[in-house]
Design a protein around this ligand. Structure first.
Ligand code: ASP
Length: 358
């Protein structure tokens, strides 16, 4: 006999099918709607393939899922070639790298976060320390740095030479109405122009569930590049860039943080899963809501659709997973990293809209 939950799940998937038909949303068939017999399952943004592998390994050896995901994203935070996170992240408009991160632990329903943190390579580990060693959830700026110092985190210049030159190129070319002069043709930074465009946003989110169904997640980032100093994105905001509920699962976000904050993005994805939607459908439903609520003409393309990218990544406590993006190809193909059924790989994300903004 169908339960109330079955009925709701049926009505909601019918609603998502309608969303898909109306918008042309593409679903990615490889994503798993079936409970995975083999947990752990670890999901991450596309830049997190090493993170999912490491976290899955640690969980399989008995680590708590929170320790595992923080260690996993630590690999990306320390990678100077990833310009979206930690060391080598692109700086704010003054050329200073400011990092945001959050963690959330399902079994204890606790969270920790830091925002606008300077000079620390591993903000996710500092966020975990906030969770474990304070009665607070979010520390920012100078206070977050002093807390990190108190816990012995080493201070480092996070602006690599390459990130500095990309920033300088932006500074010298983004306006005709200032005193900065564009570099001569052939300047080395020219070859990084692609980074200037591609890495305007960028973050790593990673969520995991262990064999017992315990869930944890982390989101860590250098945020929007060339941001106004002090700007805080969605990544350290619990409910926006990350949310975990051990009774349901976890979700995280990357992309335009302002849109994710305004729609309580990750919390909403978890709530959609609580209501019965599969992870991928939950991600699509919240993307549709974000799209519908985007009213400012500045943020709309020629067809009235959002002119920015947002991704969601979601897992359930029983090992189902899914991811969806606003656009299937916003400068790069929409993908995500996944460890499931004993295999680490990249899969296509579903998308609300095909292609890129007009
Ligand atoms: N969501 C991040 C922020 O807005 C950036 C990103 O994910 O690309 O700070």
């Amino acid at each position: 006999m169908p339960t109330e939950l079955d009925r709701r799940a049926f009505l909601q998937s019918a609603a998502v099918a309608t969303v898909a038909a109306a918008t042309g949303a593409r679903t990615a068939l490889a994503q798993s709607d079936a409970p995975s017999a083999a947990r752990p399952v670890v999901i991450a943004s596309a830049n997190g393939t090493n993170a999912t592998a490491k976290a899955a390994d640690m969980i399989a050896s008995g680590a708590d899922p929170l320790d595992a995901v923080v260690a996993g994203v630590g690999l990306v935070e320390a990678d100077p070639n990833d310009h979206s996170v930690g060391l080598g992240g692109l700086p704010n408009e003054d050329g200073v790298v400011e990092l945001d991160a959050s963690v959330m632990h399902g079994p204890t329903h606790r969270a920790g976060a830091v925002a606008a943190l300077r000079n620390i390579v591993h903000p996710a580990a500092v966020a975990q320390r906030v969770l474990e060693r304070t009665d607070h959830v979010l520390l920012v700026g100078e206070g977050a740095l002093r807390f990190a110092r108190a816990h012995g985190f080493p201070e480092t210049e996070l602006l690599t030479d390459e990130a500095r030159r990309i920033w300088l190129h932006w500074k010298e070319t983004h306006s005709e109405r200032d005193d900065w002069i564009a570099p001569p043709a052939g300047d080395k930074a020219q070859s990084w122009l692609q980074h200037v465009q591609t890495f305007t946003y960028g973050t790593i989110n990673c969520c995991a569930v262990d064999a017992a169904g315990n869930v944890a997640g982390v989101t860590t980032t250098s945020g929007l590049s060339y941001k106004i100093p002090g700007r805080v994105g969605d990544s350290p905001i619990i409910g926006a860039g990350l949310y975990v509920d051990n009774a349901v699962g976890a979700a995280g976000a990357t992309g335009r943080g302002e849109a994710v904050i305004l729609n309580a993005g990750s919390f909403s994805v978890v709530e959609q899963m609580r209501g019965g939607l599969a992870p991928q459908d939950a991600c699509l439903a919240v993307l549709k809501r974000i799209s519908d609520r985007t009213k400012d003409p500045r943020l709309l393309d020629a067809n009235g659709k959002p002119n920015y990218q947002v991704y969601f990544y979601a897992i359930t406590r029983d090992g189902r997973y899914g991811s969806a993006a606003m656009w299937s190809n916003f400068g790069r193909r929409a993908e995500f990293s996944i460890y499931a059924a004993g295999r680490n790989r990249t899969e296509d994300a579903a998308c609300l809209y095909e292609g890129r903004p007009a």
